[in-house]
Write a protein that binds this ligand. Structure first.
Ligand SMILES: Nc1ncnc2c1ncn2[C@@H]1O[C@H](COP(=O)(O)OP(=O)(O)OP(=O)(O)O)[C@@H](O)[C@H]1O
Ligand SMILES: [Mg+2]
Length: 241
């Protein structure tokens, strides 16, 4: 029997057939502004608010106050309260980059995992995390080592990745293969703004719906709509070109 971790995001758990496989690592890819950080914040926030599961948010991109503002602007009012109480543990850019190398930053995290039981972790972003390493080989070795540590500590993880969709000729990065799940957040410009979509491309051990579903970012965070056909990305009239 496979245990699932619910995202608590409207519509998304249905597409995932219940949630994300516990102890797995999922890569969340998308272009700038696609909603990766909001997804990560919401996953951690819902964990505490709805499921009584503690979370860790590692940000190589933002400071604690930026995260707080982003969370509060989207309606996650109790974000800071959870941070203060320790149910959400934030390692921000400042804390992570203060360490000279990845091993030192990892020690900080490991100490914490010894003291406290956390269920969820977000790494935002893998793209920045990789800057710790000098070459591809070292980067991959550490990514594998890191995902092992997360699994050993029973964490269910989202890693964000600055990568557009793999339609149809883009290179697929090794990180897509090294992770258990791949979710893409897409956006296409329209006359009045932007249409947003989510595509769950892979989830090991799970029977998922691989259609592309429309989604919205707004108050309350991300919402996924089920009526995929009504918003087909491929239809002529929706096409951005
Ligand atoms: N409070 C809000 N209300 C409505 N929409 C918002 C709000 N905050 C952010 N957004 C929308 O979400 C988008 C940014 O989402 P997010 O920061 O999660 O993107 P990202 O994929 O993490 O981008 P990056 O790669 O630059 O980090 C914004 O461009 C904006 O359109
Ligand atoms: Mg971001």
């Amino acid at each position: 029997m496979i245990e699932l971790t619910k995202t608590g995001i409207d519509g998304l758990d249905d597409i995932l057939n219940g949630g994300i496989v516990k102890n797995s690592t999922t890569l969340v890819s998308g272009n700038p502004g696609a909603g990766k950080s909001i997804f990560g914040l919401q996953y951690i926030y819902n964990g505490v608010e709805l499921f009584d599961e503690k979370g860790i948010y590692l940000s190589f991109e933002e400071n604690e106050s930026d995260l707080r503002q982003a969370a509060e602007s989207i309606g996650f009012e109790n974000w800071q309260q959870h941070v203060d109480e320790g149910t959400i543990k934030v390692y921000d850019k400042q804390a992570l980059l203060r360490e000279n190398d990845f091993s030192a930053a990892l020690e900080l995290l490991l100490d914490d995992l010894d003291d406290e039981q956390y269920e969820r972790l977000v790494l935002d972003s893998l793209t920045m995390f990789q800057l710790f390493f000098e070459d591809e080989r070292e980067k991959r070795t550490y990514l594998l080592k890191f995902t092992d540590i997360l699994r050993e500590n029973n964490l269910t993880t989202l890693m964000t990745n600055e990568q557009g969709t793999v339609f149809p000729e883009t290179d697929i990065g090794l990180e897509n293969f090294l992770t258990d799940g791949n979710i893409f957040l897409l956006q296409t410009p329209t006359d009045s703004g932007v249409n947003r979509y989510v595509w769950v491309a892979k989830m090991r051990k799970q029977n998922i719906d691989t259609d592309i579903f429309p989604m919205e970012l707004g108050q309350g965070g991300m919402k996924v709509h089920q009526n995929a056909s009504a918003f087909s990305m491929m239809s002529e009239e929706d096409s951005p070109i």
